[in-house]
Design a protein around this ligand. Sequence first.
Ligand SMILES: Cc1cc2nc3c(=O)[nH]c(=O)nc-3n(C[C@H](O)[C@H](O)[C@H](O)COP(=O)(O)OP(=O)(O)OC[C@H]3O[C@@H](n4cnc5c(N)ncnc54)[C@H](O)[C@@H]3O)c2cc1C
Length: 415
Amino acid sequence: MQRYSVFAVAREALRHHTGWDRAWRSPAPKAKYDVVIVGAGGHGLATAYWLGKKYGIRNVAVIEKGWLGGGNTGRNTTIIRSNYLQDPSAAIYEKARSLYETISQDINYNVMFSPRGVMMLAQTHHEVRGYKRTAQANALQGVQTEFIGPGRVKDLCPILNIDGPRYPVLGALWQARGGTARHDAVAWGYARACSAMGMDIVQQCEVTAVRQVGGRAIGVTTTKGDIDCDKLALVVAGHSGVLAEMAGFRLPIESVALQALVSEPIKPCMDVVVMANTVHGYMSQSDKGEMVIGGGTDGFNNYTQRGSFHHIEETVRALIETFPMISRLKMLRQWGGIVDVTGDRSPIIGTTPLGNCFINCGWGTGGFKAIPGSGWATADLIARGEPGPLAAAFTLDRFREGRFIDESVAAGVAH
Ligand SMILES: Cc1cc2nc3c(=O)[nH]c(=O)nc-3n(C[C@H](O)[C@H](O)[C@H](O)COP(=O)(O)OP(=O)(O)OC[C@H]3O[C@@H](n4cnc5c(N)ncnc54)[C@H](O)[C@@H]3O)c2cc1C
C-alpha cells in the first residue's frame, strides 16, 4: 500500500499528481474464498479489516450490490458517542469510539475524526431524570459523560435557544469526547486497508441467493456468478430481512427510511453536536460550513431510500424552535437511507440458524459510531465461530429468551 503522508503529498505536487496508485483494486470475484462478507458498508469492511489484521484471515471477499459505502454508511449524519445506558451497549460503543481516536493513524487514512463534544438536550423533567441516570451508569461503565445545567449548555452552544417556547432546555447529557468523522472516509479507508491485505472488494455484484447444503452455507449466487466460501457473513443493514429470507430464516427487524438534510454553507457558528430528542431534531456543522440536520424515521416500513416529505417539515420546525437562526438558511439537499431497527433498539451480532452463516445487523439509526468496534466483534465471531465478550449479549437468541438490551431511550430515534 502506498503510504499517505505530508511527504507523499509534496512529492506528488511536484509531479502533478501523476504517481498516485488506485486506493483499492476492483477485481472480478474468485470462485472460492475462506470468508465472504455480503455488504461493503462500514460494518462489512471493518469486519474484513479486523479478520485480516487480528486473525490473519485474508482470503476474504466483500460483495457489494452498489458501490462501497453507498448504503447507510455514506448517508448518515456521522455522530459518534458512547453514552448508552446498558452495560453491553456502553462496552461496544465505547470500544468503537476509542478506536475512532486512532483510526486515521491505524489505517493511514484521514477519517477526520473530530471529538468536538456531543450534547443530548433534556427538555422535560422525565429526560432530566433519564439522562442523570445514564450519566451515573456511564460513570460505572468507565464512559466519560456528565449531566450539565442550562447555563453550561448555552456557553457550549451560544446559538441555542434555551428558553423555549414550548420546551425550555433544562440541562443536557454531555460527552466531551463524542463527535463526528467523515463517513465516506471510514468506508474508503477500510476498503483501502483491506485491498492492501489482498482482500477482494467486489462492487456492482448483487447477492441473489444463499447456497446451502445440509443446513450449512456453502456460498452465494451473485449477478457475477456463484462464489463458494467456508464462512458467510451477512452485513447488509436495511436489507438484512431480504438476505435472511434467502438464507431461510427470519429476523426480528423492521426496515424503515431515515432521512437527513444539509443547509447551504455558512461561517462557523457551532462547534459541538446537539441532539434535541423531545422536539426531535439534531444538528452539527460540517467542515464545509453546512448545517447537517437529522430527522426521524418514517412511521411505516419501507425500502424507499428517500423518506417522506412531511418529515423534513417536522424536523426543520423542531430545529427552528431550538436554533431560531436557522430560519434564515436555505436547505441544499435531502436524502434517505434504509435502517434496520430491532424491538430493543440494539444490534444483532451472532450465529444464525444456518450453519457457517453469521450476521451483523440491527444497528438501526445509530450504527455509524459503532463501525470499528462492531467490525472487531464480528471478526472475532467469524474467526472463532462464536461471539467474543463484546458481542456475547447481542446474539439472536435474546429475542427468544427475553434478554432484551433496551436502548429505546438512547437509540429510539436518536443517533
Ligand atoms: C439519514 C441517516 C442518518 C444517520 N445518522 C447516524 C449518526 O449520526 N450516527 C450513527 O452512529 N449512525 C447514524 N445512522 C445509522 C448508520 O448510518 C448505520 O447504522 C450504519 O451506517 C450501518 O452500516 P452498515 O455497514 O451496517 O450498512 P450499510 O452502510 O447500509 O451497508 C450495507 C451494504 O449492503 C449492501 N447490500 C444490500 N443488499 C445486498 C445484496 N443483496 N448483495 C450485495 N450487497 C448488498 C448495500 O448496498 C449496502 O452498501 C444514520 C443513518 C441514516 C440513514
